[in-house]
Design a protein around this ligand. Structure first.
Ligand SMILES: Nc1ncnc2c1ncn2[C@@H]1O[C@H](COP(=O)(O)OP(=O)(O)O)[C@@H](O)[C@H]1O
Ligand SMILES: O=C(OP(=O)(O)O)[C@H](O)COP(=O)(O)O
Length: 401
């Protein structure tokens, strides 16, 4: 259990409560294309409304780099949240985030009302965890609630700095739910425990392996992650995604797996093409080759057919599965087969299945397997850093129980 005070330990009747959410949702032409993070934030917001608090929401959106960027305004989020809550979420349009407009909007709030502040990253101090902006945010509130699990691996004003200047800082239901799920999976997993890593953020994710190997029974590697390992084995990987600086590390990880008696599965065959599809869903010509026969001018873009079967088989006997990162360029139907096979095997198992990472969640949802998973995490980087065993600054900053 998370050893932090939560919204259940407080009643905010008549108080101003600042709630940090992760409303960093994908937008296309001003429309929200995946509202998972909004829906996930509702329980905490509803609880605080039911208490009779003045609920002031804040979040970042994208990376505006410290200046107002209209295309990264949170206005569309306020509109959609109003619909989801069935009650108005007043948008405090304010280029300074906590400027005159926001202050006036908060001043005018009645108990049970909700206001959303503008994108916190409109302010350059936000990502530097600066004192002045932290104090400004704190000045709006009597109580602070952090429910932004997806941002918990960052130490910024709106999730860490602000806690120094308010009396009470607690976590919300989403934060509790995420940490409890992931914590159980990693610290007390039902075995066999299978971890699956893929995707394209190779440098970030390779670092998780040292820690995961200690905890899991089987580690499955796919997606863009696989080729650095294959290169470390001495294979030609052509023009596939590789992190050359991590080749020695991959060698060490293979030795570590052997020493610990853990299974480390790498693709035995690979789906290759001449180049990365452009546009991403373009029809491309592919072939499947053994992983040690990738031609020098070709790139691996999905696991191969045999590998997909092998991985699906490895998942079958699992009791806990953690999956982060697609097995291939799933956005292209021709390169989605490996991801579909793995998603299907997770959907069919009675194991506890936990999906982390924005693209992995999108893949599972668009492939229609979303409701078959035990838990789809709202945090990619956050869930990985947590699985790595790192303390998340956004969680650490809340008051202890
Ligand atoms: N072999 C590959 N080569 C290049 N990109 C890949 C490969 N396999 C998967 N990808 C890409 O990885 C991206 C997702 O990676 P990542 O951002 O690390 O996952 P997540 O968001 O789930 O954490 C997808 O856009 C997918 O197209
Ligand atoms: O989307 C997020 O992270 P994720 O892509 O790792 O899930 C979070 O909102 C954090 O955003 P950031 O990576 O811009 O700090």
């Amino acid at each position: 259990m998370l050893n932090k005070k939560s919204v259940d330990d407080i009643n905010v009747k008549g108080q101003r409560v600042l709630v940090r959410c992760d409303f960093n949702v994908p937008l296309k032409d001003g429309k929200i294309t995946d509202e998972n993070r909004l829906v996930a934030a509702l329980p905490t917001i509803k609880k605080l409304i039911a208490d009779g608090g003045k609920v002031i929401l804040c979040s970042h959106l994208g990376k505006p780099k410290g200046e107002p960027k209209p295309e990264l305004s949170l206005a569309p989020v306020a509109k959609r949240l109003s619909e989801l809550l069935g009650q108005e979420v007043k948008f405090a349009a304010d280029p300074e985030v906590v400027g005159p407009n926001a202050k006036a909007a908060v001043e005018a709030m009645k108990d049970g009302e909700v206001v959303l502040l503008e994108n916190t990253r409109y302010r350059a101090e936000e990502t530097k965890n600066g004192e002045a902006f932290s104090k400004e945010l704190a000045s709006l509130a009597d109580v602070f609630v952090n429910d932004a699990f997806g941002t918990a691996h960052r130490a910024h004003c709106s999730n860490v700095g602000v806690t120094q200047y308010v009396k009470t800082s607690v976590v919300g239901y989403l934060m509790q739910k995420e940490i409890n799920f992931l914590g159980n999976a990693v610290n007390n997993p039902e075995r066999p425990f299978v971890a699956i890593l893929g995707g394209a953020k190779v440098a970030d994710k390779l670092n998780v392996i040292a820690n995961l190997l200690e905890k899991c029974d089987t580690l499955i590697i796919g997606g863009g992650m696989a080729y650095t390992f294959l290169k470390a084995k001495g294979y030609e990987v052509g023009t596939s995604l590789v992190d050359d600086e991590k080749i020695d590390y991959c060698k060490e990880m293979m030795e570590k797996a052997e020493k610990l008696g853990k299974k480390l599965l790498l693709p035995v065959d690979t789906t290759i093409a001449k180049e990365f599809p452009n546009p991403i869903d373009a029809e491309i010509e592919v072939s499947v080759v053994p992983s040690n026969e990738i031609p020098a001018d070709m790139m691996g873009l999905d696991i191969g057919t045999k590998t997909a079967e092998l991985y699906a088989e490895a998942v079958k006997s699992a009791k806990t599965v953690v999956w982060n990162g697609p097995m291939g360029v799933f956005e292209n139907p021709i390169l989605a087969k490996g991801t579909i096979a793995v998603a299907k095997s997770l959907a069919e198992t009675d194991a506890t299945t936990i999906i982390g990472g924005g693209d992995s969640a999108a893949a599972v949802n668009t492939l229609g397997f979303g409701d078959k998973m035990t838990h789809i995490s709202t945090g990619g980087g956050a869930s990985l850093e947590f699985l790595e065993g790192k303390e998340l600054p956004g969680v650490a900053a809340a008051n202890d129980l």
